[in-house]
Design a protein. Structure first.
Ligand code: ADP
Length: 389
């Protein structure tokens, strides 16, 4: 059973990423970008060797569901007679109900449709390949793995906005995201960082999207993202936490409509908006432009401030873990965040940080900081295998 092949699908608005796992081993990784515009595919083995990519020219996909269909002949060739035992999908929103992955049925898809208004930029794209796969191959087990599920352990006081309570009953509350990444980190902590695994740990998932999660003995107690993936830290192009009066001001005084405000908050803000140069931290770290430096300073300020906020929610801090694109690779960002957290007992070991740790604090540091690579796809593969076994 453990060597059954599991497919993993992670669909976004214009891209579809897919992988195949045997046990915990990744055999295949692929990606279709530019869906609906100029679709292009690439693929590599789990070890990173490039493979001849699927040819999409005969039927250029306009949705992630069509991209999955367009990939199938290529995938059949690659499988060479083997079959997938199941497909696991990343789904951004499981609403207030789902605290664990769920087996896909027509009824589940209908239920997940109801969460589209909560995540209009992601949920429809996540559901499109699920629906397509169910229509084409109803016998193939599929599993939906939610980015919100891991955070359902957050106490109600940390989930509520101080809005009229009926609004919480209508679903307007903090959900939290990046849950598959945090769950993966929580699953490896006992082996990777045993001295902090049972304690109070802030995990910093710093990528193009960025958030922090407070883990107590491996369970989520609070997180910086809230009702949507817009809240919390500033990101590549998203603003992060914002006084809601700014939105009112943009609409009433500056006359922007909801679509225009959405564009500002999701696509023109964050590192791109502050720097005017790029949303990519590599570009900003290489740049001498004052606003590139300013953008990084704002980011570091917010990360450090929110680490303290989450430590406050847990009554203290034993560990800090950096993960995702920026957290795993940007030595200078980790350096600056750790220094800004020195007052909480984080004592950086510069050489260890430059060598990417895994432990990047000194032996006498009261708080242990680590660099631990995340793996959301592996988490999806494990959940899928467990649920269909
Ligand atoms: P997502 O999955 O949210 O798209 P990732 O976790 O892959 O994002 O992170 C992508 C980001 O990581 C890039 O935008 C880039 O800014 C940053 N990044 C990747 N490598 C480096 C590096 N060597 N130094 C600094 N930043 C990096």
């Amino acid at each position: 059973m453990s060597q059954d092949l599991i497919g993993v699908v992670n669909a976004g608005s214009s891209s579809l990423k897919f992988s195949v796992y045997a046990g915990d081993e990744c055999l295949l990784n692929g990606q279709v970008d530019g869906i609906g515009v100029r679709p292009a595919a690439k693929a590599k083995t789990g070890a990173g060797e490039a493979l001849p990519p699927p040819d999409l020219s005969a039927m250029p996909p306009t949705t992630p569901g069509e991209a999955l269909v367009a990939l199938l002949p290529w995938l059949q060739d690659w499988l060479a007679g083997r079959t997938l035992a199941a497909i696991g999908h990343r789904v951004v929103h499981g609403g207030p109900k789902y605290a664990a992955p769920a087996r896909v049925t027509p009824a589940l898809i209908e239920e997940l449709e109801a969460f589209v208004p909560l995540a209009p930029l992601h949920q429809p794209h996540n559901l499109s390949p699920i629906r397509t796969a169910l229509e084409r191959n109803p016998g193939l087990p599929q599993v939906a793995c939610f980015d919100t599920a891991f955070h359902r352990s957050i106490p109600e006081v940390a989930q509520l906005f101080a809005l009229p309570y009926e609004m919480a009953e209508r679903g307007i509350r903090r959900y939290g995201f990046h849950g598959l990444s945090y769950e993966y980190i929580a699953s490896v902590l006992p082996r990777a960082a045993p001295e902090i695994a049972g304690g109070r740990v802030v995990v910093a998932h710093l990528g193009n999207g960025a958030s922090l999660c407070a883990l107590r003995a491996g369970r989520s107690m609070a997180t910086t993202m809230g009702f949507s993936a817009l809240d919390g830290l500033p990101m590549g192009t998203r603003c992060g936490q914002l006084d809601p009066a700014v939105v009112l001001h943009l609409m009433t005084t500056e006359g922007m409509d909801a679509k225009a405000v959405e564009g500002v908050l999701y696509r023109q803000s964050g590192m791109l908006g502050l720097s005017g140069i790029s949303s990519d931290f590599r570009d900003l770290l290489e740049s001498d432009a004052p606003r590139a430096r300013l953008a990084i300073e704002v980011f570091v300020h917010q990360v450090a401030r929110n680490v303290a906020s989450l430590a406050g929610a847990m009554g203290g801090l034993d560990g800090l873990v950096f993960t995702a694109g920026v957290g795993e690779n940007a030595v200078a960002i980790r350096d600056a965040v750790c220094r800004a957290c020195a007052w909480m007992g984080v004592e950086l070991d510069e050489a260890a940080n430059a060598a990417r740790g895994p432990r990047i604090t000194t032996r006498r540091s009261r708080v242990a900081a680590y660099v631990i690579p995340t793996d959301e796809n592996l988490m999806i593969a494990r959940h899928t295998r467990a649920l269909v076994a």
